[in-house]
Design a protein around this ligand. Structure first.
Ligand SMILES: Nc1nc2c(ncn2[C@@H]2O[C@H](COP(=O)(O)OP(=O)(O)OP(=O)(O)O)[C@@H](O)[C@H]2O)c(=O)[nH]1
Ligand SMILES: [Mg+2]
Length: 215
């Protein structure tokens, strides 16, 4: 079989994300993880970076993942089934780096997120979301270090691109590409998105589909 042309992949991805997608379950603890029936793609990143919003934009369904102006909205691992029959799963995760959250909760989320990311055999790729206004910060570096050390494949996705000028977006994209150049588990291509404006969404759908269809 020959590899699909990129345009075919974008069209295929559009269809998959327009089809059946349903919330499966919330896992507050590793013992509540669902069976490993299919490949998974996880959304990681700082609290309030736009993980849940991006999941909604990808699936074209606004209320699927709960979003909020207040950091710390997502507190469990939330699994979403894509396709009927089931093709793959999307996993919305609690954010990190939320200074005002109670310390014991922060610790709980960190263990949950890290253990899931490090130990999940069906996790094909982690999308690490970075705010276009800020670029990679120290809290992000910690999770990138962990993913590199555990050899978990990840890809940087810039969020809230509508909040910066085109020149600023180009600069943050360049600085981010440079920052990940020597990171072994990082995908070299960065996708800039805006969940509000729909920017980069078709490209990200194709990237997600590509990562779950390999192996
Ligand atoms: N302008 C703009 N705002 C966005 C975008 N994406 C998310 N937001 C806003 O950012 C805030 C946080 O979004 P969420 O999707 O809840 O963020 P999260 O990363 O899931 O946050 P936690 O669950 O707390 O970790 C909300 O007020 C969103 O409306 C975007 O592309 N553009
Ligand atoms: Mg969230």
């Amino acid at each position: 079989m020959t590899a699909p042309e990129p345009t075919d992949l974008v069209e295929e991805a559009r269809k998959v994300f327009a089809g059946p997608i349903a919330f499966l379950k919330s896992a507050p603890d590793l013992k509540f993880l669902p069976d490993m029936a299919v490949n998974e793609v996880a959304f990681a990143g700082r609290s309030n970076v736009g993980k849940s919003s991006l999941l909604n934009a990808l699936t074209g369904r606004n209320g699927l993942a709960r979003t909020s102006n207040t950091p710390g909205r997502t507190q469990e691992l939330n699994f979403f089934d894509v396709g009927d029959p089931l093709r793959f799963r999307l996993v919305d995760m609690p954010g990190y780096g939320y200074a005002k959250a109670p310390k014991d909760m922060v610790r709980k989320w960190r263990f949950l997120v890290n253990d899931y990311l490090r130990g999940r055999a069906k996790l094909k790729r982690t999308l690490v979301l970075i705010d276009s206004r800020h670029g990679i910060k120290d809290v992000d570096t910690d999770i990138l270090d962990m993913l590199d050390a555990a050899a978990v494949s990840y890809r940087i996705v810039l969020t809230k691109a509508d909040k910066v000028k085109a020149s600023e977006l180009a600069a943050v994209r360049k600085a981010t590409a440079e920052a990940i150049r020597k990171r072994p588990a990082a995908h070299p291509d960065i996708i800039a998105t805006s969940s509000d404006k729909g920017m980069g969404i078709a490209e990200l759908r194709a990237a997600v589909l590509e990562s779950v269809t390999q192996g």
